[in-house]
Design a protein around this ligand. Sequence first.
Ligand SMILES: [Zn+2]
Ligand SMILES: [Zn+2]
Length: 251
Amino acid sequence: MSHLPEPWPVVLAILIGLALAEISFFVTTIYLHRALAHKAIVLSPRAKATCRILIWVGTGTRPRQWVAVHRKHHAFTDRDGDPHSPFIFGYAHVQFGNVALYRKAARDPATVARYARDLPRDSWDRWLFDHALLGLGLGVVVLVLTMGWMLALIAAGVYTVTYLLGAGAINAIGHWWGKRPYQNLATNNQWLAWLVAGEGLHNNHHAAATSARLSFTKGEFDPGWYVVRALVGLHLATLRHTKLVLKASRS
Ligand SMILES: [Zn+2]
Ligand SMILES: [Zn+2]
């Protein structure tokens, strides 16, 4: 990109950062959330291994910790015990301090032991995937080798801010502002769903946590669902339910 005239390399680096964040939102919702945490989707071994590497390099997240924190959120939604409810911690704390709240919950061995029993630490975790800095470092090295360190720094910065704010928005906005067609405190925001691979339809999700599809009615659109459908079409995934199973009725 260095031969491009100014300011295009910088613009391109920003766009690459945004595109990479978008990829991470899709991998997070499909692999960590819909497949591992709720078993709404069963991924093929090859798809699972690819997602595991992408999450490691893109976020450094340990899947069993993410799953445990998220299942605890569903077990205690918006009441004492919820690791990141804006009703408990305040909107701004969850929106901007989501990482700190997540880390606190993820590092509690009792939470992981209780809520992620089905995801025991294996030898791949021991040698590779539990080393977050190694994964993130690899990601940065790939960026530096392809873009040069200056543009890589810009792309990585844009990526990090976008991913962290998006994840914070799902937990904060997704329980604070928006429509509540089903009887839970989570909210639907279609604009947010466009930005974070469908996760903005969070009220729907809390009403039917094992649904692989987060859009339920006309006018709702879940971008993640179309990737899930493509994976099913490619025999890289199967669905747990073909019909919607709702926990609560529409209010
Ligand atoms: Zn929620
Ligand atoms: Zn969930």
